[in-house]
Design a protein around this ligand. Structure first.
Ligand code: URA
Length: 245
């Protein structure tokens, strides 16, 4: 059985963005850090770090932020960007401000375009991130697309062929599953995450995506009660649900 890791309190809280080592020592000395109901006066103390820490520890009277590994599902709204390089409001602006300075840093698990909404995972767990995006895992991503023109009828066969080429690429797309939901509405399930893939697939068959929403990653669906712009912390079992499709 693996032992619960331990870390110095000043280092843990510094990594979580609460402040410098000096500030953490002052906070501890002032009795503002409480573990299991008892003030920890020495910020140099080593403490066990597990997922239950926010239930056991308070900092300035509030539950401590969740320690790594942190995995969050966000209902990404339209108009928000995933990349630090793009201009505009970022997904990280929808999370608590202190999380922007956490170490290890949070990253999105793949990306959604600025004008795509839906399920986005954000984590500081590099191993988890790579498992989700690894092509070898074949994690299916399900999108709902609203189209500019009516479906022609042959898209399902083209997308599912395994030989469809996108412009400017030299490797065919893996077979994807198209489910028509109406004249101009479809569900598309893909296993890859190429740049603007869904929009480019519809463009390649002479259509245009007006609205795009990701409803599912593997076995993990965006919950109906998570509004656009809201996020939820996932426990390990829920996060691993991605792989149980
Ligand atoms: N395909 C796209 O075109 N955009 C996304 O954001 C995701 C998949």
């Amino acid at each position: 059985m693996s032992k619960t890791p331990t870390m110095r309190l000043d280092r843990l809280l510094g990594n979580l963005g609460y402040g410098s080592r000096k500030e953490m020592h002052a906070l501890a000395a002032a009795g503002e850090i409480v573990l299991d109901g008892v003030a920890v006066k020495d910020a140099g103390a080593r403490i066990a770090i597990g997922p239950d820490l926010p239930r056991r520890m308070t900092v300035m009277g509030r539950p401590v932020d969740p320690p790594p590994p942190l995995i969050v599902m966000l209902h990404k709204p339209l108009g928000v960007v995933c990349s630090h390089k793009e201009a505009g409001r970022r997904i990280y602006d929808l999370l608590p401000p202190r999380w922007r300075v956490r170490e290890p840093a949070l990253s999105s698990v793949g990306r959604l375009d600025k004008e795509t909404s839906g399920l986005l995972l954000i984590t500081d767990d590099g191993d988890y991130l790579h498992r989700v995006i690894s092509p070898r895992r074949h994690v299916a991503k399900s999108y709902l697309a609203t189209l500019d023109r009516p479906l022609g009828g042959d898209e399902g066969a083209i997308f599912g062929s395994g030989s469809m080429m996108l412009e400017g690429e030299d490797k065919p797309l893996l077979p994807a599953i198209l489910e028509p939901l109406g004249e101009r509405r479809a569900r598309l399930v893909i296993e890859e995450g190429r740049y603007h893939q869904v929009r480019r697939m519809f463009a390649a068959v002479g259509n245009h995506v007006l609205d795009l929403h990701r409803e599912r990653i593997g076995g993990l669906a965006l919950p109906g009660d998570l509004a656009a712009g809201e996020f939820r912390i996932l426990d390990r079992a829920a996060a691993e649900g991605v792989f149980s499709a």
